[in-house]
Design a binder for this molecule. Sequence first.
Ligand code: TMP
Length: 244
Amino acid sequence: MSDTDITVRKTEKLYEGKAKILYATNRPDLLIQHFKDDATAFNGQKKGVIAHKGALNNAISSGIFERMEKEGIHTHFVARMGERDMLVRKVAIIPIEVVVRNIVAGSLAKRLGKPTGMNLSTPVLEFYYKDDKLGDPMINDYHIRAFGLATDEEMAHISGEALRINQWLINFFDSVGVQLVDYKLEFGRTEEGTVLLADEISPDGCRLWDKQSGEIMDKDRFRQDLGRITEAYEEMARRVSGAR
Ligand code: TMP
């Protein structure tokens, strides 16, 4: 869909999350995902605002989704609509946060007592139950099956896609001088039952380290009060938009 085809407009607000708002549109099959500057960490215990984050994350996420679509990775992305809005296909989000790790950091370093920065010999997939009240507890395939969160067929597809996406994202970020440490993906079902990559791919949900300097270029700057947060997001937006 080209920009000129878009006659879609927001109707009612469906859901407000910590960093985004989801709107219905005049089209039953399309939603608008609005990116806010609000930032939270540690399951909402730390709250703040990262100036211009909404626009930057929309640009970064749209740039990545657009490229993925061209490479045959199916996402909910339809078009970027102005600064802070993304037009997306309507999906029902599967309540599983899929974390993919290539390098030890964050909760994995803590949980297993391994050094931050250690390369993993093979990517690690983890699943978390998407429920803020419970603090997104870790789950496995058995919980997913027992509680009917997704079918075995859907999980086989999601795991396969996550690994395929991982290979693509590692190469993409490498091409712009960034190491992809770990990140979180969410998937959704269309009304026809197709599973698509949804949500966003931005420095809010990824750990990104500059390949040369090792500098942190993601939301860990906010989590750890490292300063120059907007600057890091701006630099990521510049690199994504300049990628070949
Ligand atoms: P973790 O090390 O805290 O488990 O986080 C792993 C990755 O997942 C990291 O890149 C941040 C991302 N993430 C989210 O996007 N949302 C979350 O709620 C959590 C816990 C992690």
